[in-house]
Design a protein around this ligand. Structure first.
Ligand SMILES: [Zn+2]
Length: 245
């Protein structure tokens, strides 16, 4: 089982690690800062740097079996040997943008009072799908409230909750369908105190202010129970991209 350093510190950009296994499925390290695709958040890209200076491009990161994390090498990249020492480094600029989008989706969850039926983030936009009447979604109002919450610069805190407590009272937390792994007795939670609390295994900012200004660019029906609200970071207006570097 790969040690998930990104859960302890989402701002860790690199780490030293040992190659546990490398085959056609991908490279498994004993520990990693690479987040694997899941819960609407894309897998990290970056590189594995070998002791002799060779740089192996990581094109994607996925969950493997038994808690392993698979680093998928770019086409043509030579596989490292088991036991090799590497420095694993993510593409930080890309990850930070994803963290800004991910954290903003937690706020969007709080702003729109409706069950979430799906969600996804990319490098240039993010969306949540809500089970709600189209008529109740006002782009201008959602955008205003999002930016209000971002400007409050609230802390974002990781915690945990007993699986049993969660099962007994599912209404305790809203779900963005970004469920962290189960089976350890507790589930990781992300709280923006007074605003949002939910189980989440993704990577988040330390404070909401780091998101920077956002815009609601589209509201569209994607089906009876899926009304999609799409947001984008307003880079022209914001300084969020520079924060936290
Ligand atoms: Zn999250």
């Amino acid at each position: 089982m790969t040690v998930r350093l990104f859960e302890e510190d989402a701002y860790a950009r690199l780490c030293d690690a040992l190659v546990v296994r490398a085959d056609e499925q991908g490279v498994v390290l004993d520990r990693t800062v690479f987040y694997p695709l899941g819960g609407g958040q894309p897998g990290d890209t970056g590189e594995l740097v070998l002791d002799d200076g060779r740089r192996l491009r990581v094109a994607d990161t996925r969950k493997g079996e038994s808690g392993d994390i698979l680093h998928l090498l770019a086409e043509g990249a030579e596989s490292p040997t088991s036991g090799a020492r590497v420095t694993a480094a993510i593409d930080w600029a890309r990850r930070h943008v994803l963290m800004r989008y991910h954290t903003c989706l937690h706020l969007l969850c709080a702003v729109v009072a409706a069950p979430v039926s799906g969600g996804k983030m990319a490098e240039d936009k993010a969306h949540l799908d809500f089970d709600i009447d189209m008529a109740k979604l006002d782009a201008g109002e959602i955008e205003r409230r999002l930016n209000e919450l971002i400007a409050r610069d609230d802390p974002v805190e990781a915690g945990e909750i007993d699986e049993a407590a969660l099962d007994a009272d599912p209404g305790l937390v809203k779900t963005m369908s970004v469920q962290p792994p189960r089976g350890q007795g507790t589930v990781r939670t992300i709280a923006i105190p007074g605003i949002d609390l939910q189980p989440c295994g993704g990577t988040h900012l330390k404070r909401t202010g780091e998101i920077g200004p956002v815009r609601v660019v589209r509201i569209r029906s994607e089906g009876k129970r899926n009304k999609r609200v799409t947001i984008t970071l307003d880079e022209a207006a914001g300084v969020g991209a520079e924060a936290g570097r």
